[in-house]
Design a protein around this ligand. Structure first.
Ligand SMILES: [Zn+2]
Length: 157
């Protein structure tokens, strides 16, 4: 079966709702759980393990299965955990969003948490206003170390 084509205009963040401790879970587990729910494969496009390792669930151009009513124009990213992201996960999330933006140019205000589309959910267990601010700062080229040096008048070696 060929899945319909995705036309990403937003990014939606999820959590796996598994313990914040350890590095036990990843793409294999999520794929298995989603297959049990009747999906043909992992519903998310990306998984970010506790270690920060990014795993691919499905191609960005394929419609995902992660949020009702918004699968046709979004990319779903799920971090492993419940309400605490590791610093490695945050770093990977920023790099991943940067990479996605190079292909789809998605503005930060179009990055959502699952709960913003479903009142009965708390997923991804993060205050999205805080996360969006962090993403904005993290993606700001002016804040890249080399540019900060320039801002402070230091000479680049
Ligand atoms: Zn979710």
């Amino acid at each position: 079966m060929i899945n319909p084509v995705n036309n990403p205009k937003k990014i939606i963040i999820h959590c796996s709702d598994t313990p914040d401790e350890g590095d036990r879970y990843g793409i294999k587990d999520i794929t298995e759980w989603h297959r049990l729910r009747g999906f043909d494969t992992c519903g998310y496009h990306y998984i970010i393990r506790r270690t920060g390792v990014v795993e691919i669930g499905r191609p960005e151009t394929e419609v995902g299965a992660h949020v009702q009513g918004h699968n046709q124009d979004s990319i779903g990213i799920c971090y492993i955990g419940t309400n605490h992201m590791t610093s490695m996960q945050i770093k990977s999330l920023l790099m991943l969003i940067d990479a996605i933006n190079s292909r789809w140019q998605i503005p930060t205000e179009e990055i959502y948490g699952h709960y913003e589309f479903n009142d009965s959910k708390t997923c991804p267990g993060q205050d999205m206003n805080v996360l969006r601010t962090m993403i904005d700062l993290g993606l700001d080229p002016r804040l890249r170390p080399s540019n900060l040096l320039a801002l402070f008048g230091a000479k680049k070696s």
